[in-house]
Every structure is written in C-alpha cells, then in structure tokens.
Design a protein around this ligand. Structure first.
Ligand code: PLP
Length: 258
C-alpha cells in the first residue's frame, strides 16, 4: 500500500475503547469514518465485545463521522441481517461479498438513504464496472439467499456449528486451546486465552497450527492452510460427518498443544 494512501488512515487495536477514544480526542473532527469488521474473521475469529461495537457507534455519532461495517465475511453468515442484526447496531454503511454471490463474484454496499442518495443518477458519486449488477451473479445470489430463507438454513447452520464446536471443545478437554464460533463461522485458537486482537495471537500457536493442519489432513479433515483463516460449516456437511470430524479434531488439537 503506498504511503500516500496509508497516511490518511489511523489504525487502532481491536476491542480497545481507550485506544479509539485517544484517536478521537486527538483527531476527532478529521475522522471521516471508522471501518471495522464487526466480526473480525480475516485474521482468526477475533470476537469483539458488544460494548466496544456500541462505543464505536456512539463516538462516531458524537463526532459526526461514519461507522462502516465490513460484512464481507460475516454478512449472511452470522444471521440473515449479518452482524448488524446479531448485535443490534446500525452502522451508516455496510459492505457485503462472498455469500451474497452464492459462489459467483459479487460485492455490494448499502446504508442510510441520505448517503445512498449521493450515488448517480441522484447524486454526484458514479459507481460502475463491467461486472456491476452482472445478471448471472445477481440471479445466483438471489437464489442462494432465497434458499437460505425458505429452508431456515441460518437456524440450522447455527445449531450445527454450535454442536460442532461443542464436540471439539469436549474433546479438547483441559488442553490450552479453544474452538470458537459465531453463526456458521468457527475458528481453532491454539493458545490458552482466546484473542480479541490480532497482536494477541501467539506466534507459537501458528507453528502448532501447521502440525494440526497436516495431522487433520491425514485424518481426512481439510482445514484452511493458515492459522489465521476461519472455517465455515455448510448445509452440505452432515451431522455424522461433523461429529466424526469434531471428535477427531479435538484429539489432534490435544496432541499438538500438549
Ligand atoms: C473482510 C473482507 N473485506 C473485504 C474483502 C475484499 O473483498 P473483495 O475481494 O470482494 O473486494 C475481503 C476479501 O476476502 C474480506 O475478507
């Protein structure tokens, strides 16, 4: 990233009210917006306290800057209404991807009418692209969302994921490791305390993950090839497959973390 871009951005640690307050104390009137994944899932699954997210809503309102939720991963996974619905916090803008395309490439954003009215033809901001509103991707995405809704898949996926993580947790026992989840997203954290910030992920845990990945693959379980990637439970995973995989994973986690 060129410095010419990054010089306009201030980075704060996650889940840290004081750090954000300090930035606003110093630069408040210049802060155009705060962008956060409300369910940070791009660097492990770093679950934020609701208090922190509510604080972001309050401070951005106070300073009249925008609160922008990046729901590219959490959107349509955590709930039909994503993290916005899960936490009951309304940002000014939201971005979406992944699930909304049902497997085809789509990105979308939305937000308060006042802001969306800024887009052409009503307003001066022109947003366009060769594949913007691509009919195939739109049809596929709508079909996917329809299917999720009609078959109550969000509820089923939530239940399946909680059961999966519960079985892994039981199998892990008192090993210093955790299985965490929200909606259909799960993550294995190979350290004693589950981190809420990227810098709290211990380098040792990422080494242990390499071992875990190989052993899991040998046992027929294909995890993402990075300790920082989360996993997703799908409607195609059967209960039996999930139970078998969870018990096996728990055993492997115990063996690599002892
Ligand atoms: C959280 C998050 N935000 C934004 C993006 C970028 O999305 P796109 O590749 O659709 O621009 C990604 C891509 O993986 C992502 O995981």
């Amino acid at each position: 990233m060129p410095e010419d871009f990054t010089k306009h951005t201030l980075v704060s640690p996650l889940d840290d009210i004081e750090a954000v307050r300090t930035i606003f104390d110093k630069h408040g009137s210049d802060v155009a917006g705060v962008i956060i994944e409300p369910v940070p899932a791009n660097n492990g699954l770093l679950l934020q306290s609701k208090e922190f997210l509510e604080f972001l809503r309050e401070i951005t309102e106070t300073y009249q800057s925008l609160l922008i939720f990046d729901e590219v991963i959490s959107g349509f996974r955590v709930a039909a209404g994503g993290a916005v619905e899960h936490y009951g916090i309304a940002p000014d803008l939201c971005t979406y991807g992944k699930v909304i395309g049902g497997g085809l490439p789509v990105g979308a954003f939305g937000g308060r009418a006042e802001i969306m009215k800024m887009l052409a033809p009503g307003g001066p901001v022109y947003q366009a692209g060769t594949l913007s509103g691509n009919p195939l991707a739109m049809a596929c995405g709508l079909g996917r969302l329809d299917c999720l809704e009609k078959n109550s898949l969000w509820k089923k996926l939530d239940r399946k994921t909680s059961e999966f993580v519960g079985t892994v947790t039981n199998a892990i026992g008192d090993t210093p490791a955790q299985a965490v989840s929200i909606g259909s997203i799960f993550w294995l954290s190979l350290q004693k305390n589950c981190p809420a910030r990227a810098e709290d992920i211990s380098p040792e845990s990422t080494k242990k993950y390499a071992d875990l990945f190989k052993k899991a693959l040998d046992a027929g379980i294909y995890l993402a090839p990075s300790a920082y990637e989360v996993g997703f439970i799908s409607s195609a995973h059967s209960r039996d497959e999930l139970t078998t995989a969870a018990k096996e994973l728990g055993k492997i986690v115990s063996s690599v973390c002892r």
